[in-house]
Design a protein. Structure first.
Length: 466
């Protein structure tokens, strides 16, 4: 993987190396990927034992695994697809019945633990952990939108390798079952995140849990996309330049498109964007992008009273400019670009928004201060949770500050972990990042594929007496 470095002696050099160390721990290995594939096959085997399912049903992953935005500890989001036709809708009661049958089959065979069935959520959900593979799974039925969103996030991640790293750092990949739990409780479908680093930071600050009124991983991912759209020069285009329609309408309304049709449109537009010879390459380092990310959203509490974050247009949009947003009493509005005008951050409570804003502000101040930016222990303690920092030789204790931010402070003592030598690839004339703040009705923009596991019709062989 290529990394973008500042000149020798720059104060961000220590931060850049810390981010590489953090990523080396949270990025999944090939073994982690294979464990997830085997977990999918495990579910497909038991789904195939059900008389209640039609022939041709398949088990498909979606969410962070499909988008390749998952960490070593990321959950696995699975959908039992009864039909490939978007227009064939499975009723909620039917979904509940199927999930109950799956739950009974899994329980009867004793292959899972921590089994939970959530039938009365907006999206009925089955949650469990595979005993053999140690992977937590969230199972839903016919989650077509989840499939499409995940693929689009995969294509976006492939447009620039820094995107995946940023999401992982900020949010660390749909962990602890949050992705589909928050989906089921608050939204028709939520899919995750910015980069692994962004995810890890959000978990460490306790602002990545919609059940507690903070941000879900999909919202954090949209913040990362928006940041990459509003850097100077832009790294990503407005999402309307990738797909100009509203996907949720196009797959179910009069303008019916197949999943393949949407893929073809997106692929063509992404190729066009990447081939633009006049487009100036943004060569900012990962550390620069992370610091400017925190700065950009450090005033998010103040801005949210008047502006929506819109990755579809790549701009801050005045809420009063869109009638569909008016009258909605949300603390913050982060529009879902795939299901407009839904608010991906609708779970955020007004009392939690200040904590979220303070967390961004606190991170920006720490990463901009001389004492922190040059101290490896302080940087790792600020960006990660204790179980990560301890593996990097930094022992921490948790301190709750007056503004509600959870602060991980480096403890006394060091395990002797040796920092790897820096890579001396140099990029000169590193371009500054923008410092946009809304000023008018808008702020203009400047300048794993899904795996299908066929369900085997083997229930008679497994249960000949049924």
């Amino acid at each position: 993987m290529t990394y973008y470095y500042l000149s020798h002696g720059d104060k961000n050099g220590v931060l850049e190396r810390c981010l590489i160390d953090i990523l080396s721990l949270i990025k999944p290995s090939e073994t982690d990927r294979i464990s997830r594939l085997n977990t999918i096959r495990e579910l497909a085997t038991f789904v195939g034992s059900l008389e209640s399912l039609e022939a041709g049903a398949v088990v498909k992953p979606f969410g962070s695994f499909t988008s390749n935005l998952y960490s070593k500890w990321g959950d696995l989001d699975l959908s039992v697809q009864l039909s490939s036709n978007f227009r064939i809708s499975t009723g909620k009661n039917r979904k509940k019945d199927i999930l109950r049958d799956i739950m009974r089959a899994l329980r009867r065979n004793g292959v899972v633990h921590n089994l939970q069935f959530i039938p009365n959520a907006r999206v009925p959900l089955l949650i469990y952990e595979s005993k053999k593979h140690g992977i937590s799974c969230d199972v839903s039925i016919d989650n077509h939108m989840g499939q499409i969103k995940s693929k689009i996030l995969l294509w976006i991640a492939n447009m620039d390798e820094r995107f995946r790293d940023m999401v992982l750092l900020v949010c660390t990949g749909y962990t602890s079952g949050n992705f589909l739990i928050c989906l089921a409780l608050f939204f028709p479908i939520n899919i995750l995140l910015y980069s692994m680093q962004t995810k890890e930071w959000a978990k460490a600050q306790n602002i990545n849990d919609p059940k507690l009124g903070t941000l879900n991983s999909f919202s954090l991912c949209l913040l990362v996309i928006f940041h990459f759209q509003t850097c100077e020069p832009a790294i990503l285009p407005p999402l309307k330049e990738i797909y100009a329609g509203n996907i949720v309408d196009d797959i179910s309304g009069m303008r019916f498109l197949t999943e393949r049709g949407i893929e073809d449109v997106c692929a063509t537009n992404i190729t066009r964007f990447r081939s633009q010879s006049f487009r100036q390459r943004n060569q900012s380092s990962l550390s620069e992008l992370l610091v400017s990310f925190f700065e950009k959203f450090s005033r998010i509490e103040t801005l949210s009273s008047e502006y929506a974050i819109c990755a579809y247009t790549g701009r801050w949009e005045r809420i009063r400019s869109n009638p569909k947003w008016m009258g909605k009493s949300h603390s913050i509005f982060i529009e879902d670009p795939f299901e407009q005008p839904d608010n991906a951050a609708r779970a955020v409570g007004s009392n939690k928004l200040r904590i979220i804003s303070n967390a961004f502000m606190d991170a920006y101040h720490k990463l901009s201060s001389g004492p922190t930016i040059s101290n490896r222990h302080s940087l790792i303690a600020s960006l990660t949770r204790p179980h990560i920092s301890s593996q990097l030789g930094v022992r921490t204790y948790v301190q709750h500050t007056a503004n509600g931010v959870r602060s991980h402070q480096p403890g006394i003592g060091y395990s002797g972990y040796a920092t790897r030598e820096p890579i001396h690839d140099q990029f000169q004339n590193v371009l500054r990042l923008d410092r946009y703040a809304p000023s008018s009705s808008t702020v203009p923009l400047q300048g794993q594929g899904a795996l299908n596991v066929q369900v085997q019709r083997n229930w008679r062989r497994r249960h000949p007496n049924r």
